[in-house]
Design a protein around this ligand. Structure first.
Ligand code: NAP
Length: 253
């Protein structure tokens, strides 16, 4: 029996990058997966890959900052697959700039997607989990939580998610729900491609630079994060809650 047989997962921002890898890994471990992204069609490639490997998945289009949409997404997941056991708050955006140039809109966008998005999705999901007295919530923090030049909005949101995680762990623990966060370092995705562009370099050059200063001498792949999350949503980790696990090859900043 696979670790997540019979479980149902909702992964936000799962059309590509880390979210797609997490959705694929949870499906490979036996879970039925709702692949949520802004655009339903964008999630189709992730769903196709899961189905081609023999798994079960549906694509859902929703904006995590919209309470009505994310609640409907959680309810639809539970209706289609019979429950909602696992939520991965992965959807994310960056709008980097130094403080004196950072616009109010870029502050609101980043805080909105990461913090309000995780709040709304967790609130929508916990209803199903509390009813079953079982659940796993994992949110994507980042090494940027510890402070990164040009990311006042993003690092605030990512550290906020660590406090959010500890608080939900306290509130939801009595209902059989574990709540944790993972904080990746440099993981090769479109998001780090955008960072390379901002820094005036290529994605490969930037990755090589980060690998040089990372103790394990490589950058991360989405599968590194997916493996950690697979552990945190399995019953192997049922005594771990309120934690943030750094997945950064030993490099904090
Ligand atoms: P990515 O490649 O940019 O993917 C993010 C996904 O989230 C995209 O498919 C995006 O959809 C979706 N999304 C954005 N806003 C959304 C919203 N309001 N509602 C629903 N979906 C939304 O990013 P990634 O690198 O895989 O990162 C995934 C998570 O890990 C993020 O939370 C990120 O902050 C975190 N993280 C990444 C790294 C890294 O090095 N890559 C490091 C630390 C933490 P669209 O394409 O339509 O915008």
């Amino acid at each position: 029996m696979a670790a997540l047989d019979g479980r149902v997962a909702l992964v936000t921002g799962a059309a590509r990058g880390i979210g797609a890898a997490v959705a694929g890994r949870l499906a490979a471990d036996g879970a039925a997966v709702a692949v949520l992204d802004l655009d339903e069609a964008a999630g189709k490639a992730t769903v196709d890959a899961i189905e081609a490997a023999g798994g079960r998945a549906i694509a859902i289009g929703a904006d995590v900052t919209n309470a009505e949409q994310i609640t409907a997404a959680a309810d639809r997941t539970a209706e289609e697959f019979g429950s909602l056991d696992i939520l991965v708050n992965n959807a994310g955006v960056t709008r980097d700039n130094l403080l004196f140039k950072l616009s109010e809109q870029d502050w609101d966008t980043v805080i909105g997607v990461h913090l309000k998005g995780a709040f709304l999705a967790s609130k929508a999901a916990q209803k199903h989990m509390v009813a079953k007295k079982y659940g796993k919530i994992v949110s994507l923090s980042s090494v940027s939580a510890l402070g990164t030049r040009g990311q006042a909005n993003y690092s605030t949101a990512k550290m906020g998610l660590q406090g959010f995680t500890r608080t939900l762990a306290i509130e939801l623990g009595p209902f059989g729900i574990n709540v944790n966060a993972v904080a990746p370092g440099f993981i090769v995705t479109e998001m780090t491609g955008i960072l390379a562009e901002r820094l005036g370099t290529t994605p490969d050059e930037l990755a090589a630079k980060y690998a040089d200063v990372t103790p394990v001498r490589r950058v991360g792949q989405p599968t590194d994060v997916a493996a950690t999350i697979a552990f945190l949503v399995s019953d192997e980790s049922s005594f771990i809650t309120g934690q943030t696990i750094y997945v950064d090859g030993g490099r904090r900043l």
